[in-house]
Design a protein around this ligand. Structure first.
Ligand code: 9D3
Length: 235
């Protein structure tokens, strides 16, 4: 019952991924063989002497546009040997995409093979989104210089949902899964620079503590994220 997820990332800046993926949870999960992450240099899929990944826009105008061929070649290469039995999806990281949510992360975590394409500021030839990408994903309404950091956010959020990556209990209690913000947490010392800890947490009365946490989580959610409560569409 040990399922493994394959994530192929295609980028013109492959070095950006080393520090993040070489650390922490992602490294441990990859180490257990639950997830395989492969980083591909977009330039390796160019055919010209200059390994050019962008070119001038047809119709004129400022800036450059990322060429389609290296993306198509890269996706074909990483799909080599994949049979139809393995569900594969091509994601284009793009500010025009739909915003990543925990529900989307959950959906993606069920797919065996993800191919994540990273563009950058100049923009990507439209044929990549029309004919190569299955979907476009943004991580929020702010402007990045490229899709690399966004791809890392996708991978980070995904890796922790892969079965075996995390203890079950912490997933069940997880606030965004319940649709609530987290209750306040405290650890030692009981008093620090005159700042105390709510008496109830020291009481040992687990039922009262559970109710207190529930109530505080609700209160915090009402104050800060009322959109998470009351009948709205799952965001
Ligand atoms: C502002 C006009 N365009 C630049 C000529 C648009 C544009 C294209 C590409 C702006 C930024 C980028 C680079 N960003 C991403 O590739 C990106 C992104 C983002 O900027 N914000 C949130 N999520 C994402 S996912 C990929």
């Amino acid at each position: 019952m040990c399922r493994s997820v394959l994530i192929d990332i295609v980028s013109a800046f492959p070095e950006m991924f080393q520090s993040v993926f070489g650390e922490s949870m992602i490294k441990r999960t990859v180490g257990k063989g639950l997830v395989t992450i492969r980083i591909h240099d977009l330039r390796d899929y160019t055919a010209d002497r200059h390994r050019q990944v962008d070119d001038c826009p047809f119709g004129g105008g400022p800036g450059m546009v990322m060429k389609p061929e290296p993306f198509f070649e890269a996706v074909e290469a990483v799909r080599q040997g994949k049979t139809g039995a393995m569900e594969s999806r091509v994601l284009l990281m793009s500010p025009q995409g739909s915003t990543l949510t925990q529900a989307k992360v959950r959906e993606l975590s069920r797919i065996d093979h993800l191919v994540i394409l990273c563009g950058h500021y100049e923009g990507v030839d439209e044929r990549v989104r029309l004919y190569l990408a299955d979907e476009e994903i943004s991580i929020g309404d702010y402007v990045l210089t490229g899709g690399e950091l966004a791809a890392m956010v996708v991978v980070d959020s995904l890796v922790r949902l892969v079965p075996g990556a995390l203890r079950v209990s912490s997933l069940e209690e997880e606030s965004f899964s319940r649709g609530l913000l987290e209750y306040p947490q405290y650890t030692r010392p009981r008093e620090y620079r005159g700042m105390g800890v709510p008496e109830i947490l020291l009481s040992g009365d687990h039922e009262r503590i559970r109710r207190w946490r529930e109530q505080r989580a609700l209160q915090k959610t009402r104050e800060r994220r009322p959109d998470l409560l009351g009948g709205q569409d799952e965001k």
